[in-house]
Design a protein around this ligand. Structure first.
Ligand code: SF4
Length: 184
């Protein structure tokens, strides 16, 4: 994904924030909900996240105002001290190269990892949790909005798909091994 610039547009008022992770799962899932859950379940297989899953992550963190849409960035998105970079202010990882959410075509950023959690369980992340019925009530939550987007609109989001560097691929292999030994 190229450099993203969150803006402080009035659109923010149209959306509410999703609460921290909930355990309840709705019985019926929308197409996007089902897709995100299924793709997240693919886990580490490809050593880089599947493209549409990354597009969902980019929407979750950065919104789509930069693509002409109306969804503002996540309230937890923070600007790095390094120009053009952003990190998640809710996960506690701080502002450093390994935690940046965006990168150039050559850079393997945090959103490229096959398995990645979001503190509020947004679409595209491994711990994605569908929105609660309350989130559909105006102002709708960003999560609910993304869940109800057209898949074709999601697939228009521009993202990069860099290969994992060898050292990252090795770490992912190791994590995969441990995960297979200790399935949830
Ligand atoms: S990882 Fe989750 S909480 Fe953090 S900026 Fe992205 S969408 Fe927001």
């Amino acid at each position: 994904m190229s450099e993203k610039k969150p803006c402080n547009c009035a659109n923010k008022k149209k959306f509410s924030d999703s609460p921290l992770q909930q355990s309840s799962i709705k019985k019926s899932l929308s197409m996007i909900q089902g897709y995100a859950m299924a793709m997240a379940s693919r886990g580490f297989k490809d050593k880089k996240v599947e493209k549409t899953v990354k597009q969902l992550r980019v929407l979750s963190c950065f919104g789509n105002e930069q693509e002409g849409g109306e969804l503002p960035p996540c309230a937890h998105l923070k600007k790095s001290e390094v120009d053009g970079k952003f990190f998640c202010g809710a996960c506690g990882c701080g502002d450093k190269k390994g935690t940046w959410l965006n990168g150039s075509d050559e850079e393997y950023s945090k959103l490229d990892y096959p398995k990645l959690n979001c503190p509020i369980g947004m679409p595209g992340f491994s711990n994605y949790t569908p929105s609660s019925p309350q989130e559909a009530v105006e102002p709708q939550s960003r999560k609910y909005y993304i869940e109800n987007m057209n898949l074709m609109d999601i697939q228009k989001i521009t993202v990069s798909q860099p290969d994992a560097p060898p050292e990252v691929a090795q770490i992912i292999d190791k994590m995969n091994e441990i995960s297979n030994q200790n399935p949830e």
